[in-house]
Design a binder for this molecule. Structure first.
Ligand SMILES: [Zn+2]
Length: 340
């Protein structure tokens, strides 16, 4: 076949690579993927002035390296780190981890707030005191196109949040900028939603009204609810739901999540579900000593070690597991449209 007849290398048909800490990875190589995780959840101002007694950067890096290498042995190939600004994203620190592990780590951009943005954003942006273009959009695009904080690590996922306060003016700003950055680059969007308030529907409406194709959207934390009608509505609209808090016992018990997944698999929704933990190797919000007592299974290895075997025993077919853990993640992470 001539080059002209086979333009897939640089043409539209070539699946665009996924940005990871190690550089671009072809979607076929992503493999078993945990789509909603954290490496470190920090709080930079607190950490600088009031360091947490359990935090030691070198030790934390070693812990994360050991954990991710263990995941590789269990068959996990890719982990999406959804730690964005507002949760203490630090790509230099996670980069030290990424350099020592075989698992692909994907970095994210976005802003974590369920209510208000920092004061900087009050004065910057069109029509504001200092003015200029919308800084959120500029930041998201820079993180995706040029890399984060001069590291060269490009973001492969956008992350936005709505919770009990709903679509506040600042939350709308974040979602609007995420939609814009998604349309410009094709990088997918994952949300933090409050499933008990069914507010994934508000996110879905807000983002699709701004042109986001729900096939590139994960409504995260949907599995906090076992309201199947609600979950079906999200999936029937084309979105993927995250049942992404296995082991997070203070929010949802595993048995509920397992039953939800099994029920939806029976109804044929395997292509609209992703599974993950929302775990962290260190989080200042719920530090390791607290987790050891209250959420001993809230670890990145809980799905491959315990949950997936249980799903299989209780009737999930291998092709459904592969669909959720491999194919859906590949479809979602592959940038669609736009130009990176
Ligand atoms: Zn999370």
């Amino acid at each position: 076949m001539t080059a002209a007849a086979h333009p897939a290398v640089s043409g539209d048909e070539a699946a665009r690579p996924v940005a990871t800490y190690r550089g671009p990875v072809v979607p076929e190589d992503l493999g078993w993927t945990l789509t909603h995780e954290h490496v470190f959840v920090l709080s930079p101002e607190l950490d600088r002035d009031h360091p947490h007694p359990e935090w030691d950067a070198d030790r934390a890096v070693d812990t994360a390296v050991a954990g991710l290498e263990e995941l590789w042995e269990l068959g996990v190939r890719t982990v999406v780190d959804l730690t964005v600004p507002g949760l203490g994203r630090d790509v230099a620190l996670v980069g030290r981890v990424a350099a020592r592990v075989r698992v692909n780590l994907v970095a994210s951009t976005g802003w974590y707030t369920d209510d208000v943005l920092p004061p900087y954003f009050r004065t910057h942006g069109p029509g504001r005191l200092v003015g200029g273009p919308e800084p959120l959009t500029e930041m998201f695009l820079r993180d995706i196109r040029e890399g984060i904080a001069g590291s060269g690590v490009r973001a492969g996922m956008l992350k936005v949040v709505t919770d009990a306060p709903g679509l506040t003016p600042d939350v709308r700003r974040v979602l609007e900028s995420a939609a814009e950055a998604h349309l410009a680059t094709g990088v997918p969007i994952t949300t933090h939603s409050n499933a008990r308030l069914r507010n994934g529907l508000d996110q879905l409406a807000f983002l699709t009204e701004r042109g986001v194709d729900p096939r590139h959207l994960v409504i995260g934390h949907s599995g906090d609810s076992d309201d199947l009608d609600y979950l079906r509505r999200l999936m029937d609209a084309g979105a993927t739901i995250g049942v992404d808090r296995f082991g997070m016992a203070h929010v949802v018990d595993d048995e509920t999540s397992v039953r939800t997944v099994l029920a939806l698999l029976k109804e044929g929704y395997a292509d609209r579900i992703v599974l993950s933990h929302d775990a962290a190797f260190f989080s200042r919000v719920t530090p390791p000593s607290w987790r050891r007592v209250h959420t001993p299974h809230w670890r990145h290895d809980h799905l491959p070690r315990h949950v997936v075997p249980q799903l299989r025993e209780r009737g999930a077919r291998s092709e459904d597991i592969d669909q959720m853990m491999i194919a859906n993640a590949r479809r979602l992470l592959t940038p669609a449209g736009g130009t990176a």
